[in-house]
Design a protein around this ligand. Structure first.
Ligand SMILES: Nc1nc2c(ncn2[C@@H]2O[C@H](COP(=O)(O)OP(=O)(O)O)[C@@H](O)[C@H]2O)c(=O)[nH]1
Ligand SMILES: [Mg+2]
Length: 224
């Protein structure tokens, strides 16, 4: 029996034009016994929504921006305190088939995040790795809360913790992870990181260089 069979797990997959990866992500969850799979779509113009529905996910239309979309999703679903909620990118870079790694400790912690084994294969990924290191060290020091991979896209929450986070979150775009991290720390939630795989994404990244500014701004403004 997998861990997922003994607890109700709801997967939330934020998407914007992820027709190449979304089916893999959905089917990985299904193989692990996750039955409730929500694709929170921010207005894809490709076949993402159709592919998601065909593969058995519930598709929600949400406002543009990963943060806006995640917050709108939390408004649209009824968060159950005894359920577990998992958020993951729809680009197949994180493996939904590894969800057990996050769920293993979720009964002992409020929030479990995947720490990526980040790979350097070109200039962009080099900048990404350095930027993520900088944000993670800065955040860990400023919040006195250790997290070596704050910008990870793989999160598991106990429903009770997600209810509290829902009230605190304000992120609109890619500051979502920093907003989740900082509020996890401020609320005193018990948090653990576990190593997860990280593969080259399918399709194009939606993150722009200017998003780094908003990520840093949110990290600092949530603290002071
Ligand atoms: N709902 C929604 N999802 C988004 C939006 N922008 C990006 N995403 C999704 O958020 C996840 C992370 O984005 P991604 O481009 O992979 O960023 P990266 O992992 O930092 O390169 C992916 O699944 C995207 O499809 C948006 O405006 N709305
Ligand atoms: Mg991604």
């Amino acid at each position: 029996m997998t861990q997922t069979n003994s607890m109700k797990v709801v997967a939330i997959i934020p998407t914007l034009n992820e027709e190449e990866g979304v089916a893999d992500v959905i089917n990985g969850f299904k193989r692990e016994g996750v039955k409730q799979i929500i694709v929170a779509d921010g207005g894809s113009t490709d076949a993402t929504r159709q592919i998601a529905a065909k593969n058995g996910a519930k598709v929600l239309k949400v406002p543009r921006g990963k943060g806006n979309g995640f917050r709108a999703t939390l408004q649209q679903i009824k968060i159950q305190v005894d359920s577990i909620y998992v958020m993951i990118d729809g680009d197949a870079s994180y493996q939904s088939g590894e969800v057990k790694k996050l769920l293993k400790d979720i009964q002992k912690f409020d929030v479990v995040t995947g720490k990526r084994q980040l790979l350097i294969h070109d200039l962009k990924s080099t900048v990404h790795v350095i930027g993520n290191f900088f944000v993670s060290m800065l955040g860990s020091i400023v919040y006195l809360h250790w997290n070596p991979d704050i910008c990870t896209g793989y999160w598991a929450f106990r429903g009770s913790a997600l209810k509290k986070l829902k009230k605190a979150l304000t992120a609109e775009r890619f500051e979502l992870e920093v907003d989740l991290f900082s509020n996890t720390a401020k609320l005193g939630l018990h948090h653990k990181t576990v190593p997860v795989s990280y593969l080259k994404r399918k399709g194009e990244s939606k993150l722009h260089t200017r998003d780094v500014f908003f990520i840093l701004k949110k990290l600092v403004s949530n603290r002071f």
